[in-house]
Design a binder for this molecule. Structure first.
Ligand code: PBG
Length: 323
């Protein structure tokens, strides 16, 4: 044997030297859930360690995360049923707690990178990402609402809009409306390849946003397909997206790699709620080691080609490498 691969694994110093993938806190975006009111920190049952915050407690949490080096946050609103309607009016009501909260976050921490989600589901009485008529999800009519929502979020100071709705043409539509209103510097991270996945379950618990009928298969992608991801990515590149995102991450590492190899834009991946909860649930039973499973998961996503990872593990990972 003149070739013994184990020689490059023989000591920690050598292993570290030949290590190809490194994960920095700077690569991470921390998704957080905002609720109305004050003094609230409500744990999400299906996501141990993840909370719904009111604005005051969220500001404190963000500050704590920033001390650990996390600089990017994606904030989602959890609305009560009473404020939802079929056209998601609350999403562009300037007085709504979510938009006021975003503004407050940016005012307190102008140096952080603030991301928001553009889709109707948190505000929709139908629980769908688009406008529903006679059981169908309308595409072009939804764009108008997403446009209004995007302008309201951009006006609140958001740095990166994340259209997660999967309507056709929305990136170009939003780009144009932003430019027309002077928001030329507001970025778009497109949910390029977003699959109709079972792994969003805990997130829908957190926001109470599950669809009231049917599923999301007429707009989110079929888990069996990869070619379609190339069409979506072509469109997003053409329509002006600044980042391409793949979601979920773990069952779609091949898609992350596919986009990484074919597109010059930074690739992001969303390590979604169900992927987080699976690890938490087995770690709680002592079936696997939480920290090692977390690091291995995040590394695999980075190794596949994602420069940016949206993950509920962000704070925990930052705490782990600090200690
Ligand atoms: C809403 C949205 C979803 C997620 C992010 N934005 C859920 C869905 O499409 O049903 C899921 C995130 C997660 O599971 O962590 N459009």
């Amino acid at each position: 044997m003149n070739r013994r691969p184990r020689r490059n694994r023989k000591s920690e110093a050598i292993r570290n030297m030949v290590e190809e993938t490194s994960l920095s806190v700077k690569d991470l975006i921390f998704p957080m859930f905002l609720v109305d009111g004050l003094g609230k920190t409500i744990e999400v049952d299906s996501m141990p360690g993840i909370f719904r915050y009111s604005i005051d407690t969220m500001l404190r949490e963000i500050e704590a995360c920033m001390k650990l080096g996390i600089m990017s946050f994606d904030v989602f609103p959890a609305y009560p049923e009473s404020l939802k309607d079929s056209v998601a009016s609350e999403s562009y009501n300037p007085e709504t707690f979510y938009l006021k909260g975003l503004r407050e976050i940016k005012k307190n921490f102008p140096e952080l990178c603030l991301m928001s989600d553009v889709a109707m589901d948190p505000y929709s009485s139908d629980g769908h990402d688009g406008l529903v008529k006679e059981g169908k999800i309308l595409n072009d009519e939804t764009l108008e609402i997403l446009g209004r929502m995007s302008l309201a979020q951009a006006d609140a100071g958001v740095d990166i809009l994340g259209p997660s709705d999967m309507m056709d043409g929305r990136v170009g539509f939003i780009r144009e409306i932003l430019d027309d209103h002077g928001f030329k510097d507001t970025s778009i991270m497109s949910y390029t390849a977003k699959y109709a996945s079972a792994f969003y379950g805990p997130f829908r618990d957190a926001l109470d946003s599950a669809p009231k009928f049917g599923d999301k298969k007429t707009y989110q992608m079929n888990p069996a397909n990869s070619q379609e991801a190339l069409i979506e990515a072509d469109l997003d590149l053409e329509e002006g997206a600044d980042f391409l995102m793949v979601k979920p991450a773990l069952s779609y590492l091949d898609i992350i790699r596919l986009l990484k190899e074919n597109y010059p834009l930074p690739i992001a991946a969303y390590n979604v709620s169900g992927e987080y909860s699976m690890i938490k649930a087995s770690a709680a039973r002592g079936w696997l080691d939480n920290d090692r499973a977390m690091v291995e998961t995040l590394l695999s996503i980075k190794r596949a080609g994602a420069k940016i990872i949206l993950t509920y593990f962000a704070k925990e990972y930052a705490e782990m490498i600090k200690s």
